[in-house]
Design a protein around this ligand. Sequence first.
Ligand code: MSP
Length: 640
Amino acid sequence: MSSQAYYVTTPIYYASDPPFIGNAWTTVVADALTRFAQIEGKDAYFLTGTDEHGPKVEKSAAAAGIGPKEWVDDISGKYRAMWPTLNIEPSDFIRTTEERHKRVVVELLQRVYDAGDIYLSEKEGLYCLGCEIFYNENELDDGRCPTHGTEPEHINEPNYFFRMSKYYGWWSDYLKENPETIRPERYRNEVEGWLRNPTDLSISRPKSRVTWGIELPFDSDHVAYVWFDALTNYISALGWPDGELFAKYWPTAEHLVGKDILRQHGLYWPIMLKSAGVPIYRHLNVHGFWQGFDGRKMSKSLGNSIDPADVRDAHGADSVRYALLREMPFGLDANIGDAIIAERANSDLANDLGNLASRVLALVQRSFGDNMPPVGAATIEDTNLRDQWLAVTPVVRDAWHDLRMSSAIESVMEGIRATNRYVDSQRPWDLAKSDEIDRLGTVLCTALETLRIASVLFWPIMPERMTLLRKQLGIEKTPQIADAEEWGLLETGALLSLGEQLFPRADVDAARAREQAKADSVKTPEADQADPEETIDFEQFASVKLRVGTIVAADTLPKTSKLLKLQVDLGDETRQIVAGIAESYSADDIVGRQVVVVANLEPATIRGVESQGMLLAADSQAGLRIVCPDAETPAGSPVQ
Ligand code: MSP
């Protein structure tokens, strides 16, 4: 059988912020789709990566006082390190700062230019840095970006433009003929709406404003617009134009994106491809957005955003994957939080699936030792359960092909609940007591067969736990969907193993308490939007712990003109603090000076060096002026 190619991509995430649950989600979906394709015998290729150019990344790096390359190396490394801990195994990880990518962007730009689709003009408009796109006034909500809620910047500068409008008619016709290309339908409708107003797209930024980008091949005073650069990743990673991977996988491309970046993928990207003479993707699959446990937009300042590492540590990677895929019907928005994950993991995984496996395996062990018992004649109850399970697999397959993973999960869980009812009604514990050993073996084998099928159908979602379940069932073979379409594959006498619990119970109360503590520890939304004249109450002020310190050592940091690494005596301890004061103070002059330190600030890593606090300094036109007591004061004294 020649295996069918399958190519799935995630957006490449901005290297301005570390991974969070939102982008972990898209990456989990891509990984699960890859694994499902694998069990179907397809040759699947899964690409993710990081988007590393543009003003947004440049600004984040500058705020941290480091160069953009060093910044993106660090953030990109965090993504790369996070994915395996969520059992995510991409085939490749592309970075837009890599030569292999930059080369392809230049080639693509040149082709579009040669096609006569690029011209120079003035760009005046409202630019949202969060989206990295220009908006028309009528697209804003009360003058603010509809996605980020921030006021866009007014910009006027020379830009190169991509003659996108030329292709609107082609794209509109293409979507009419191939409506499935963008799915679900509501997102295709949105793209069709935009197609009614043909516009061109600015695709360059002058180097006077943005330097961190890929230079245009036809004008070295400009860099490529970050989206033109980023979208190209999907083909640069495959070695376009003549790479083998490109020839094999590109015709099968399945892009996964959130609804926030529909315009770029549903409008810009297909037209870029068309202009350069490259065939377009097979499907653009658009998903909704996660809201916090409280139903509000997820944000660090509301305390409802989730660090994937926290929930993974609390519940295990596979339970998190399961809960995410179960809770969000693809295309719609959904709520997620620590407690939602815990509740879902308990009800479905610990109670229904895990408990079924452990009670059946324990019964086998008690009556048959460690081996799979022989199967006797089947009753109507046995064949009913078998028929129900054999009907599950085709339903699950269809659901996965339509990206209805939540309903695929539900179909398997219905089967699991049916097996639990079957076990309850067949009362194997009574059969064991009454020495009806043949019937007992048959009941247990029937239940174990259903678990075998579940271990295949759930493997793409929970690869680690389902591999363990398969081991407990004595199966060494890698999961294949064909095995979930057959009955009776467990072999009599196979060595079963009952060991580690598949899904330990999650502590929902503890999850809820963690959630609340996080929400309590951050600013309220009102505080977030507070105008500078607004007062804070005493409690808010008192939560900042200020102490007098004495600088006992100071060093410059390599490759930066702004930062000093200080050792500050706080009386009972010496703190290392990285301060951005090197343009106003030299390392030699500052030793011995007294300072005021924010002592309870969360530690941060700046340029790879841990900083355990912050100094107070006045920001004046003449530079920074550190704040110090007006007479020698014992180190560690509180400042009130
Ligand atoms: N760098 C661009 C993408 C370029 S692709 C050529 C970008 N990066 S991003 O870091 O902002 O990632 C956006 C994507 O992260 C969304 O499209 C979605 O896949 C995921 N999500 C971010 N927040 C999310 C939620 N709250 N909920 C669901 N997905 C979310 O845009």
